[in-house]
Design a protein around this ligand. Structure first.
Ligand SMILES: [Zn+2]
Length: 314
């Protein structure tokens, strides 16, 4: 047997298209003692370090005790603006610009010294998150298929993919909502997108995620947002099994609320700022409020993947 002295860090990659419920899923997974949910690591350099946006604990990232400890463990100190900029630039080599390419081949920039440095940094970062949190598995909800292709090239990671999907009509409706973003500079709204584009992205992202995971032979589990809300304990158990750690009881109270402890998530949906009792209710406002032309457009564009995921015409 080959002896490998290199320690590995287990990373559960939470994949899926935006507004599919990944932030809620991450908050649930974070309740499992062996898992730690740290948000969208892809954005640590730009939104976290350069813009010093708030961690989900409410503290600006550069002052958050958890992240300060992680960054000291990984780098000996908090990277300055120039280094954070260099890391962000490296992460942008894995952008979604040519998503169709990801469906056809393992697209990715060639190996350069700069990228090898970047991969080394990521390796140290994930190891430091595990070390400081004491968790066995780091949950990264970056979601991007393109960033998953970057992680495939980081040495010392034991990668597993939990892929969340949601009815594309609900997703398209959510992308149309006017929603305040408490995280954005200058009190901006969350980005909006036309249902036609949302539907195209929904199909391409989900297909790309499946294909990248399959091609790389990664352990993979797909689950639906609707099932997570209907049966949080059962769904979290399945994802926990994929993570290879013992199952744990979720802190659910009798009213179907989850008692969420404060987390340290970088970026993500504003619901990450909630802690305490968080209601687990299906958000299905789209079924009554979505204009029918948007519903038909989204429904038509997302066939046949929508049918394969069990979302029927309605
Ligand atoms: Zn924090």
């Amino acid at each position: 047997m080959r002896s490998d002295p290199t320690p590995t860090t287990r990373v559960l990659y939470l994949a899926g298209w935006g507004r599919s419920g990944s932030t809620l899923a991450e908050s649930l997974l974070d309740q499992v003692p062996d898992l730690v949910g740290v948000g969208e690591i892809k954005f640590l350099w730009e939104r976290g370090l350069q813009q010093n946006r708030r961690c989900s604990c409410g503290t600006p990232l550069r002052s958050c005790d958890f992240w300060v400890q992680v960054l000291k463990e990984a780098f000996g100190g908090i990277p300055g603006d120039a280094e954070a900029g260099r890391l962000d630039a490296a992460s942008r080599r894995f952008r979604t610009r040519h998503l169709p390419g990801l469906l056809l081949r393992s697209a990715g920039p060639p190996d350069t010294e700069e990228l090898r440095w970047y991969f080394g940094v990521l390796r140290r970062l994930y190891a430091a998150v595990a070390e400081v949190s004491g968790a066995k598995v780091v949950v990264d909800s970056s979601k991007f298929p393109s960033y998953l292709t970057a992680l495939l090239r980081v040495p010392g990671l034991d990668l597993r993919v939990a892929h969340i999907v949601r009815d594309p009509r609900a997703v398209a409706y959510s992308w149309q909502r006017l929603k305040h973003d408490p995280d954005a500079p200058n009190g901006a709204l969350m980005p909006r997108m036309h249902p036609g584009f949302t539907a195209l992205y929904w199909s391409a992202w989900n297909l790309a995620t499946e294909r990248i995971a399959r091609r790389a032979g990664l352990p993979y589990f797909r689950f639906r947002y609707e099932d997570l809300v209907a049966d949080p304990a059962g769904t979290v158990r399945s994802v926990t099994r994929l993570s290879g750690v013992p199952e744990a009881e979720l802190p659910l109270d009798g009213r179907g609320e989850l008692l969420v402890r404060p987390t340290h998530q970088v970026s993500g949906n504003p619901v990450r700022f909630r802690s305490g009792a968080v209601p687990l209710r299906l958000d299905d406002e789209w079924t009554t409020r979505m204009p029918s032309r948007h519903r038909y457009l989204t429904g038509a564009v997302t066939v046949p993947l929508r049918h394969r995921y069990g979302y029927r015409d309605s």
